[in-house]
Design a protein around this ligand. Sequence first.
Ligand code: NAD
Ligand code: TDX
Length: 331
Amino acid sequence: MRLLVTGGAGFIGSNFVHHVVSHTDHTVTVLDKLTYAGNRASLADLPGDRVDLVVGDIADAGVVDGLVAQADAVVHYAAESHNDNSLHDPRPFLDTNIIGTYTLLEAARRHGTRFHHISTDEVYGDLELDDPARFTEATPYNPSSPYSSTKAGSDLLVRAWVRSFGVAATISNCSNNYGPYQHVEKFIPRQITNVIRGIRPKLYGAGENVRDWIHADDHSSAVLTILEKGVIGQTYLIGADGEKNNKDVIELILTLMGQPRDAYDHVTDRAGHDLRYAIDSTRLRTELGWTPQYSDFEAGLAATIDWYRANEPWWAPTKDTTEAFYATKGQ
Ligand code: NAD
Ligand code: TDX
């Protein structure tokens, strides 16, 4: 297949492109605007006869139309992805997550192209810490932030384009990813690179918030499975039973990096901070036969720490500006 991967120079998109190159014969065209979050270097070691990069905006119908026409399937990762940025300036989230998705869907409709939409568990809002429930495909949408509300809006556009126009689309909603190539604005790489730089890690509030961690490579194998075997019009939740609170994660990072486990600061909490996410991925496992490979979070985290230690030239150019921005917000 010829895949068009939007946002393929970002964190999860670039992990997916690496996964596709090593596990399939597909060729990939990446369409990426190279915003502050996109990085050419994340694709640099991939073979030129399998992967090419087109720099452009998913909201630009002229660019999108020709690329979608040439593809057998679109895998749509491109988004403004950071909750904290969405609290500061929501507009780019509307432009990319809503108008960009709309633009891609219209092209898929014109050309009859298979479409897979990447989304997040944050569309379901949050859970109490002691709630035995986890999110399922039947959980009502209840997004909290400008980021998650625009992702929810994009999911609903996809559903409408399936029902009204017969677009051959599937949707997946995944939990929090970790692994290589993640921007240092995000929780885990921020703390790892802080320790490398001699800056104390920063925990929002009391750190009781729970995230359901999955390795980015397991997310990629799930998306490939859905692309190959998923039922058109269906939504699949992707998760690997990785619930951990932020305090435990920060203490584990410090321990794995040879620091005292309490050598971090509590900083200003995020406005509207979702308390807990948790995914029930039964449908994906039983109906499509997917299983995650990274069952040991500590081992996956240790490998991620090694990757950031070995790849400082990849993240160093963005570290100072990221920390300067957080400092303006007391975070
Ligand atoms: P990221 O911010 O690392 O990467 C986003 C990529 O999209 C960047 O390369 C950026 O340049 C590109 N992009 C942004 N606006 C664009 C535009 N208008 N046109 C073309 N390209 C554009 O994000 P990520 O963490 O890799 O997330 C990828 C997708 O996965 C998003 O849709 C996100 O909602 C979803 N998701 C992320 C997580 C997570 O834990 N990070 C979890 C579940 C779902
Ligand atoms: O410095 C920090 N300290 C801290 O305690 C940062 C950056 C975050 N946090 C907390 C906030 C969250 O509870 O850590 C948790 C994870 O934060 P993020 O990495 O910003 O992720 P989150 O807001 O949970 O959203 C992520 O997962 C779902 C992705 O960024 C989204 O794109 C995805 O949809």
